[in-house]
Design a protein around this ligand. Structure first.
Ligand SMILES: NC(=O)c1ccc[n+]([C@@H]2O[C@H](COP(=O)([O-])OP(=O)(O)OC[C@H]3O[C@@H](n4cnc5c(N)ncnc54)[C@H](O)[C@@H]3O)[C@@H](O)[C@H]2O)c1
Length: 249
């Protein structure tokens, strides 16, 4: 039986790499992002590798859009029993400059988005008596200058994950979180731009800071997600795995 996975924020970066990896693992994959068009490249890469994929446009913070997206995935690919809540945004600023909108936008995508997606997908998981949920946290959950909103959301993802593990465990569903350190993506490229350094210098600095002496790549996170989604990870639940090239954030 082919299982179906949904990956949010799958148009690029960690989400795209995770969608590709899960397709390689043999799942049918729904790539969800703000527009279906933005997922075309991800879907093409999966299909070129012989996998099955569907591009779905939905804002994860929009309840009606999320319901419609999950219904469509169930109809066209099969009941989704794997969910990777990866969609995310940054609205960094020091607290005294952070606007109401900076706060609300980050909470909406990360926390409300993960909540809405998970609530819609758990129905299929409970029906199947099997499921895997992977939530993207961050080393920023431990605190990071200029990220009061993002750090709160990413710490919130950890509490959300542990509660899902407790509530859904009896239905064969596990929930785990991945907390990446610095990963080379458009998100961190935008951060370099915002603070006025070249991306090359930024990546070089972060590589020196990491115990393993390199920056992370999306595939590092996709590999961890692949493990959490696997059959053999069925006794691992409610955990937060720091994938950060070392023990420290
Ligand atoms: N890059 C890093 O260093 C890093 C570190 C720790 C955690 N993370 C987390 O990993 C996840 C992916 O990060 P990334 O670096 O690949 O980011 P990215 O900005 O490259 O990609 C994020 C994707 O999410 C999509 N998205 C944003 N808002 C959405 C919404 N409302 N509905 C649907 N899709 C939406 C974007 O369109 C984009 O395609 C995020 O949750 C991020 O917070 C990233």
């Amino acid at each position: 039986m082919t299982r179906t996975a949904i990956v949010t924020g799958a148009a690029r970066g960690i989400g795209a790499a995770t969608a590709l990896r899960l397709a390689q693992d043999g799942y049918a994959v729904a790539a969800v992002d703000l527009s279906a068009e933005s997922c075309a490249e991800t879907v093409a890469a999966i299909e070129a590798a012989g996998g099955r994929a569907l591009a779905v446009g939905a804002d994860v913070a929009d309840s009606a859009a999320v319901s419609a997206a999950v219904d469509r995935v169930a109809e066209e690919l099969g009941a989704p029993t794997i969910l990777v809540n990866n969609a995310g945004i940054l609205r960094d600023n020091l607290l005294f400059k952070m606007t109401d909108d900076d706060w609300d936008a980050v909470m909406a995508v990360h926390l409300r988005g993960a909540f809405l997606m998970t609530r819609a997908v758990q129905k299929h998981q409970v029906e199947a008596g099997w499921g895997r949920i992977v939530n993207l946290s961050s080393t920023s959950a431990l605190g990071n200058r200029g990220q009061a909103n993002y750090a709160a959301a990413k710490a919130g993802m950890q509490g959300f994950t542990k509660t899902l593990a407790i509530e859904l465990g009896r239905y064969g569903v596990t929930a785990n979180a991945i907390a990446p350190g610095f990963i080379v993506t458009d998100m961190t490229r935008a951060t370099a731009e915002r603070i006025g350094v070249t991306f090359e210098d930024f990546v070089g600095h972060m590589a020196k800071e990491a115990a393993v002496g390199r920056a992370g790549v999306p595939e590092d996170i996709a590999a961890a997600a692949s493990y959490f989604c696997s059959e053999e990870a069925g006794f691992v639940s409610g955990q937060v795995l720091y994938v950060a090239g070392g023990p420290k954030a």
